[in-house]
Design a protein around this ligand. Sequence first.
Ligand SMILES: Nc1ncnc2c1ncn2[C@@H]1O[C@H](COP(=O)(O)OP(=O)(O)OP(=O)(O)O)[C@@H](O)[C@H]1O
Ligand SMILES: [Mg+2]
Length: 279
Amino acid sequence: MTGESMLQVRDLTKRFVLRRSVGEWVRRQPGETHAAVNAVSFDLARGEILGLAGGSGSGKTTLARMLIRLVEPDDGSIVLGGLDVRALRGHDLREVRRRMQMVFQDPYSSLNPRLSVGAAIHEAGRVHHQPGSEDAGPFVARLLDLVRLPAAAAARHPRELSGGQRQRVAVARALAVGPEVLIADEAVSALDVSIQTQLLNLFLDLRDELGLAMLFVAHQLSVIAEVCDRVAIMHLGEIVEIGPTAEVFHSPQAPYTRTLLAAHPRPMALADATDPEPT
Ligand SMILES: Nc1ncnc2c1ncn2[C@@H]1O[C@H](COP(=O)(O)OP(=O)(O)OP(=O)(O)O)[C@@H](O)[C@H]1O
Ligand SMILES: [Mg+2]
């Protein structure tokens, strides 16, 4: 199911300036900083879904955004398929951003309300010269089909769609540029449970059909349990524990993981099914 390591993250660190006193500001001193992400390391394999869980403010979004340098890291390294992502600029950086696509919680923020669904998907593919994108109709139809939307959805505008449909469009647009990695930041968190399940199944299908790797950020442990092969638990900017999802949820090693699990009673229906322990 999972293949060789395609993304290696080592000691990745981001510090934000907390506040500067007037004196520091006058003397142009940098002020007190706080590490939102502190020396985080992990690998992501082809076809693997790695979950990122943790409390609010633990650094999940900052970490996710650093991978494509929407947030500039202060320290550490990001290597995608042998490329040193932190060293890239211009065209090479855009190419990395094509290969690692983000899907956000609120598709309204990433979809242009004036563009039809078809136009948005086609535009994304065209800008990145994707094969088949010369011919808008079939190109858009193929992507809508990939996210299980009817071809007629191409003529719709984002406001005419339900939240779940809109998120499918956001995924189709991300796929239109031919990524190898999807970074989903709370991509299903705002949806009803039944719609959530449908989208999680879609992510699993896409992994199988396209061999995509995913970093799946979610604060809901039940969501992580449904799709993730492995899970990393973040607390105060650090990964305190990382391992196969069922193992981490059934025998948590870090004290913080136990605290987090205690706050989410029995989230792991799927992890139960793969429980390695005899019953
Ligand atoms: N641009 C910024 N400037 C200053 N501090 C920031 C900035 N972005 C994030 N932070 C701080 O970094 C820390 C981590 O925030 P981040 O958004 O990465 O957490 P998160 O785990 O995604 O939280 P949530 O579950 O609420 O989405 C928080 O303390 C936050 O206040
Ligand atoms: Mg976040």
